[in-house]
Design a protein around this ligand. Structure first.
Ligand code: GLN
Length: 287
């Protein structure tokens, strides 16, 4: 597709132009092109602007071209470069986990606001995936955490992320179904479970639908399966006075709030919006 006779003579600027034009049909195509080039060269944004007239080697351009083609074919950039920042922290990601989203930062922020990070507490993150929630909470507190996931490959990645962020000593990784592997009652229960109604999966962006793991997205017929199952276990799993915090999908907040109230052991609820004004986090306090 790109006919370049002497590829080694391409400058970074020219590579950016080529890659951007190839990605022009994708939103933020030129920014994606910049990220791919910086990833291959190991450059910061400042390096990128200062050194934009430097020449690439053939190998560098070949790698940039390959990544650009894969991105153009719909593979999310985060899987291609293997990383995503969350709450200002570095996380490794691969196709076994959902890419951490900015929405989830609201969930983490609320938990850190509502409970004293300096007070020793036991926390569970159910469906930890990349470990984004558990690792971030650990880096901002003295808490001891359990990170639970059904998938062994996700847990391996989450554990690696806990090491990268220096909090491995306070997180125990448990494989199993939702609350079942927890060995003790917790002070704080957090979860961003799969919440997309099964019939809506087809309408998701191709990047998400074809590349992110279905098990991390599909929340059953109405998207609320996991909240129902989590709510059924709250009285057993959470200490009196404990906090429960869920991320929810668009339009689900009031139903999830009701599921919490229906347990009969939740006395106070709170719904928090994300930056787009969508009700995104539902919180309850256990009696
Ligand atoms: N807990 C992880 C996150 O928030 C994974 C969530 C999921 O897979 N549904 O990114």
């Amino acid at each position: 597709m790109w006919k370049v006779c002497n590829m080694s003579s391409l400058t970074v600027r020219e590579a950016l132009q080529r890659a951007s034009s190839f990605l022009s049909e994708i939103e933020d195509g030129s920014f994606l092109a910049e990220l791919i080039i910086r990833h291959v060269l190991g450059w910061t944004r400042t390096d990128f602007f200062m050194r934009i007239d430097e020449r690439l080697t053939v190998e560098q351009w070949t790698e940039i071209e390959q990544l650009t083609r894969k991105r153009q074919a719909g593979i999310p950039l985060q899987y291609l470069i293997g990383e995503q920042e969350f709450y200002g922290l570095p996380f490794k990601v691969d196709a076994s986990v959902l890419i951490p989203r900015p929405d989830t930062e609201i969930l983490v922020e609320q938990v850190l606001k509502l409970r004293d990070p300096e007070k020793p507490s036991v926390v569970a993150d159910i469906g930890t995936g990349s470990g984004a929630i558990a690792v971030t909470l650990a880096t901002h507190s003295v808490w001891r955490l359990y990170a639970v996931d059904i998938a062994a490959d996700s847990l391996r990645l989450a554990e690696e992320n806990s090491r990268i962020n220096d909090v491995a000593d306070r997180i125990t990784f448990l494989r199993g179904d939702l609350l079942t592997p927890l060995p003790e009652k917790v002070d704080i229960l957090v979860s961003n479970p799969p919440y997309i109604p099964s019939r809506d999966i087809e309408q998701l962006d191709v990047q998400v639908r074809n590349h992110e793991p279905l098990r991390a997205l599909d929340g059953g017929l109405d998207g609320l399966d996991f909240y129902r199952r989590l709510c059924a276990g709250i009285s057993e799993a959470v200490k009196p006075g404990g906090l429960i915090a869920f991320e929810v999908g668009m339009g689900q907040a009031r139903q999830v709030e009701q599921l919490l109230l229906d347990t009969g052991c939740i006395e106070q609820t709170l719904v928090v919006c994300d930056l787009a004004g969508i009700e995104r986090v539902v919180i309850g306090t256990k009696v």
